[in-house]
Design a protein around this ligand. Structure first.
Ligand SMILES: Nc1ncnc2c1ncn2[C@@H]1O[C@H](COP(=O)(O)OP(=O)(O)OP(=O)(O)O)[C@@H](O)[C@H]1O
Length: 368
């Protein structure tokens, strides 16, 4: 006699939820998974009607499930959001080029507009060329810093209010552990927040903050979603790898460990008299930064001067070096384009092509 679902007590149980250890049927699993994400969104007041929300879409399982669930919930609960897929092409051949093909298919499958921005276009360097210059050891530092800014710059181009990413409960718990191990109080405070503000005004949030990675994989599998599952060609972040391994061991003996760590992280507060770095603008590109020159500009300068270690072990003089004309021109142009686009949007009707991300007035001049 097959075991019946612990929730509906009617259909056959086919999954055991890692989060609650319940044995449930497929339909109940979809329902509880989606409802929990909806509750996270509502409880945290993540969006307001009319928000333009970009889904950071890498083609991997987390962001593919996020795109599907965001679209489903937006339709089901009438959030009133304008959803976009926003992808960053880091320029990693044999990895990101293939995963972006998945995102292009998702664009059609979910009927969402897609914008792809590339490191090559924004910084003049692809990850392949960076790795050729710096080797494999520190390349994740470059990639992480550049991706964060690239998403913000893509968001400016699309005139977004909000970016959502597929960071899940396991990612958040790992980050909390890493910040505790490193004693990084300032990041520990921020990493437990469900939403933070990036470049000036673009909010960035994690609707999967309480969703277990195992359940996201199950969801993708049972819904037969089209996603890309290969690991990055370049070396993984070693320090995160240790935290991940530690977390997996804890989860084996106590499945609630992931949520326990998140709740502990949320309960920690930095004392009011602790001096944290204040945020300002990068003198070179205008990106939000706690130094006079932001991390991406320092890394870029190192690459271009042929001393890539500059950004990894930088001196005070390096950081305080005056702005470079070429960077100022490059980023000023991006900013002007974004402002121009915003003005156009305010003064005119949106592009009539429903799946177009260009925001052009005529809808034909700039669209292909
Ligand atoms: N190239 C990219 N373009 C757009 N968004 C990205 C890109 N890479 C990562 N992201 C966003 O950041 C989130 C976390 O990415 P990360 O690579 O750390 O995790 P992941 O578990 O491999 O995610 P995924 O399964 O979605 O690839 C992704 O879910 C996605 O929302």
């Amino acid at each position: 006699m097959p075991r019946l679902c612990d929730i509906c007590n009617d259909a056959r149980a086919i999954v055991r939820r890692p989060k609650t250890a319940q044995s449930i049927c497929k339909e109940c699993f979809f329902h509880v998974f989606e409802t929990e994400v909806h509750n996270t969104i509502v409880d945290s007041n993540l969006f307001k009607p009319g928000d333009r929300v970009g889904i950071g879409a890498s083609g991997g399982k987390d962001s593919t499930v996020l795109a599907y669930v965001m679209k489903t919930l937006n339709d089901r609960y009438s959030y009133g959001l304008d959803l976009y897929l926003l992808s960053v092409d880091e320029g990693i051949s044999g990895y990101r080029d293939d995963s972006l093909e998945t995102v292009k298919r998702n664009k059609e499958q979910y009927g969402l507009p897609l914008l792809i921005v590339s490191y090559e276009q924004l910084y003049g360097w692809s990850m392949d060329s960076i790795v050729a210059a710096v080797g494999r050891k520190n390349n994740c530092t470059f990639c992480g810093v550049f991706r964060r800014q690239a998403l913000d710059r893509g968001a400016l181009m699309l005139d977004l209010d909000h970016i959502v990413t597929g960071h899940n409960a396991d990612d958040v718990a790992e980050t909390i552990l890493m910040n505790i191990f490193r004693g990084d109080i300032s990041r520990l405070g921020r990493c437990t927040e469900i939403a933070t503000t990036g470049e000036g005004y673009i909010v960035r949030s994690k609707p999967f903050k309480y969703a277990y990675e195992k359940e996201i994989v199950m969801y993708a599998y049972l819904r037969r979603l089209d996603y890309f599952s290969t690991e990055c060609t370049y070396s993984p972040n070693a320090y995160r790898g240790y935290a991940r391994e530690f977390l997996k061991k804890l989860e084996r003996v106590r499945p609630s460990a992931i949520l326990d760590i998140i709740h502990s992280g949320e309960a920690m507060h930095v004392a009011k008299d602790v001096q944290l770095p204040s945020l300002d603008r990068c003198q070179r590109c205008g990106y939000i930064s706690s130094n006079s020159i932001c991390k991406a500009c320092v890394l870029l300068e190192g690459l271009e001067r042929g001393i890539p270690k500059l950004g990894i072990s930088r001196t005070k003089q390096d950081v305080e070096a005056g702005p470079r004309e070429s960077d100022l021109v490059h980023f000023e142009k991006l900013r002007q384009d974004a402002l121009e686009m915003r003005k156009t949007r305010q003064n005119s009707a949106a592009c009539p092509q429903s799946a177009c991300a260009c925001r052009s007035e005529s809808g034909t001049e700039n669209c292909s």
